[in-house]
Design a protein around this ligand. Sequence first.
Ligand code: FAD
Length: 435
Amino acid sequence: MSDTPDAIIIGTGVIGTATAFELAKAGWKTLSLDRNTQVGHGSTAGSCAIIRMHYSTLDGTAFAWEGYHYWRDWAEYLGLPEGADIARFREVGCLVMKTEANGLLEKHMKYSAELGCPFEEWSPEKVVERLPIYSMDSYAPAKRMDDAEFGESNGRQVVGAVYWPKAGYVTDPALSAQNLAAAARLNGGAFRMGVEVTEILKEGGRVTGVKLADGEEIHAPVVINVAGPGSARVNEMAGVTGEMTIETRPLRQEVVHVPAPAGFDFETNGTIVSDSDIACYCRPEQGNHILVGSEDPECDAHQWVESDVDYPRDFTDQWTTQAMRYAQRVPSLGIPSRTRGVVDLYDASTDWIPIYDKSSLGGFFMACGTSGNQYKNAPIAGKMMAALVDYCTAGNDHDVTPLQFRLPYIDREIDVGFYSRKRPINAESSFSVLG
Ligand SMILES: Cc1cc2nc3c(=O)[nH]c(=O)nc-3n(C[C@H](O)[C@H](O)[C@H](O)COP(=O)(O)OP(=O)(O)OC[C@H]3O[C@@H](n4cnc5c(N)ncnc54)[C@H](O)[C@@H]3O)c2cc1C
């Protein structure tokens, strides 16, 4: 960088790099900073990178349905030179079990129908036809492994499921952030890696830049906090948390990788499954593996951590609990004695809905609180953040007159105030990773 950037972006995860790309395309001279030495190696690298459309709110569904299209058109969206190594979207569909916990998906189907997002209702027989390794015995409510009734069916059957055929996953989430960084660079965006922001500089109620751990100061009129699970610390540095009704906090998660049962090619013929009857979600993984995450049932204590850098990285009983819960649905599942998978952090918000907003400090913005469910939305979140920065720097008061933002693919306007840091807690949320 020869001189002062127009905007500093803290964080080079998938949302930070998407924000950099969108701002750079719009003519902003951006500088992205990250304490890691490689782009995309925060929580983005640990993400399951599932691109699904069913959310508990109409706004959440609209955002995710819009988000899908960027992954579908990934090469075109990036505009990188021919032959660039780009992340791959596998459109394997997402099957969601109908349960009491999700109101038999009535609301989700209504929202998808309203938005023109395709879905199909499946009978239990149809589920087993697609996934012959599945048993449809019901186990709800989810239990801990040491519960005497763990593994005992409640005597009922899961009544059916809804299949969203356009859903899928991205095979290499860190690469997708690197793709966005490359696209940002093509548009003039700059990146500095291995630098930690330790102070937000301000003067007269406005942000003036950042200070790095080695004491270097970088000045800019706009600073955006896209620090993932480090977002709360950065917001505290900026002194903007006092007026926020929604807080963000790092939450530890374990994701299980197990081999698919012999004789079934889950990698080719499997699908994503969200199964609140056993409180697990899963997706195919390379090498005919299945990746199993938790849907945060009430019986599991949340593993909040104090530091987003220094937290326990080893698997615990939680790994075995998740594997055993999934084995209820797939009785032939072998659970290896060697634990494999991912330990990483969500940046959980109070209502599990993200914050995409300005702050009480002029020029200081935040895209955070992504609560384990915003990977899929990164490109559209980046576009919306760029529009928000433009709107606010043009003198508009987003708190008083919130930006109305058009989702270009699905041609629908949303009120960006939905994502306000000062919103009332959204009672419609699932208060879980499902958003
Ligand atoms: C286990 C797991 C599974 C998930 N599965 C899904 C899924 O299937 N689908 C989905 O949509 N979402 C999923 N998510 C959520 C998704 O991964 C995140 O919402 C998304 O990756 C967040 O991207 P980000 O750019 O905001 O943050 P991150 O990728 O966390 O990037 C933040 C960056 O900021 C840097 N940073 C922090 N503080 C500082 C500082 N002070 N100075 C300099 N740099 C700093 C960090 O080093 C990091 O690189 C999952 C998350 C996890 C943890």
